[in-house]
Design a protein around this ligand. Sequence first.
Ligand code: FEO
Ligand code: CA
Ligand code: CA
Ligand code: CA
Length: 627
Amino acid sequence: MKDQNTQDLSWDEFDELRDPRPETCDFDHVVDRALSRRGFLGGVLAFGSGAAAMGAGLMGSTSARAMGPGGRFGFNPIPIATDATIHVPEGYEWEVLVRWGDPLFSDAGAFDPATGGTAASQERAFGENTDGMEMFVVGNRQVIAVNNEYANLKINLPNNDGGMPASAEDVLKIQNTQGVSIMEVTETGAGWQVVVDSPLNRRITHNTPMRLSGPAAGHDLLKTAADATGTQVLGTLNNCGAGKTPWGTYLTCEENFNGYFGSTDAAQELPEAFKRYGIGHEGRYAYEQHDPRFDLSQNVNEPNRHGYIVEIDPADPESTPVKRTALGRFKHENAACVLASEGQVVVYMGDDERGEFLYKFVSTAPYAEGGDTSALLDEGQLYVARFSDDQTGEWMALTPEATGMTEAEIAILTRQAASALGATTMDRPEWVAVNPVAPEAYCALTNNKNRGIKPNAGGDDTSVNGPNPREANKYGQIVRWRPEGGDHAARGFDWDLYVMAGNPTVHGDAYGGSANVTPGNMFNSPDGMMFDQKGLLWIQTDGNDSNEGDFAGQGNNQMLVGDPVTGEIARFLTGPNGSEVTGITWSADRRTLFVGIQHPGGTFPDGAGLPRSCIVAVKRKDDAVIG
Ligand code: FEO
Ligand code: CA
Ligand code: CA
Ligand code: CA
């Protein structure tokens, strides 16, 4: 496991390799599966006016009007790309805002591509693997809070054999490349820049002190030798997508936290509950060899203190981030916040693993502007989604009565609680986005090669089902739901598939995609998603960019824009080879769109030296508002 080849794996592949799932194939379900596919294809056209408009004829007639610089989309869609740079539509331009290793504080010094910097410099510089981000306006300053999800060891430790950390200094450096970067940005005559040494700049790493709050805080499973109270923790791990509360705080989401832990005692018997979360004897970055906190033989409870959503106040660099355990513990993708009809805070959240679930939290108290928000994300009800094949669904409350677990146990072992209720296994829920102009929310289900092939890590059946209708799903889909009565706090909802990605040039069946997928706009593996203020859905991809076989004609990862009403989808941006396009936010005047480019290949963006994850600023040449 600890050879350098594992560094080339995605997190999912890493987990699968370390914790292989039992192979099962339930042939009794073959007929059901075929029926489900037919049911889906009929169903997608039966749901609401938006879905009905997905027919190819209507789309063809509206395309010319919607696109182009003056249309609803505001651009002419671009073709795929397979090269080493970024492309945007005619009339738009892009520039790099910040790259891994660029200083946020002048004492970090200039980035050194020969070494990738030091532990000390990385703690004062922009982190690696940019991901979810949000813009905040603090006084007259614009501040971006952005996640630095994980490390690319061969790039971050270019002098080490295979990039593997060989010392405590190496591990600390890698820990300091990850977490969250908070930085003031400004637009000058020379373009967008980070305000180096701004009093609001901050790095949050794997060692930043944080507080645990909510039902799990103080539970025995959260206590360690260093923290007998179970309420104080160091660091936030594998920060993937993000969210923004109505009161102006940043939510960072801990996704593949399991991979950082290992045991220096190969014979150690690990707790049974670790299996569901993929916590095993060998960590991905050798932390356990050099930092005892990550060595399970010394700190078996440390992993229970990670896998949460963390609230950070970007306006106060001295504030202590808070892990909000009421929002559950799983591989958190993002946190999409919206207010319910009565003012309660609703947070939609996906658990990104094959066959895991979709959740929402509803606060007990309503949000009031200027009111006390300190407990809003501590007191409330966590729900998990059950989708029925008749295109209705229900949010099932994860209560002690329903699950047989205490509130603290539900908060710590959320996956087990959701399984107990028979939640619907999903095709890797990535970002959720809430439409600001219609009472509906969308979740990207990125792909799931195990759909219909293997159960999830809890043994739950993963036969094809309504919102996950294709076996061994390579392409992914976007499910959307409309809450009963238009109230995001409601228990019931109706759902349909906004799009089923696919390749219509290769497949003539459901793998060819839904009617709004064409040879001109096709893509695979939707992941990041955000609505703009007009109600257009920006979709980012993290998929197979080989441009071969089942993916021929789909090119590099990309960003597209979808119209929820007509179903139209148009390609806006293509990323450089090897990269994932992830993370999106706007400047305060919405004339600039910031987009994250994660793990580019080659030498992007500098054309020499190491490839560096970066945020780019996209503008219209006429300086008009985007979205
Ligand atoms: Fe970090 Fe599920 O993406
Ligand atoms: Ca993602
Ligand atoms: Ca992904
Ligand atoms: Ca990623």
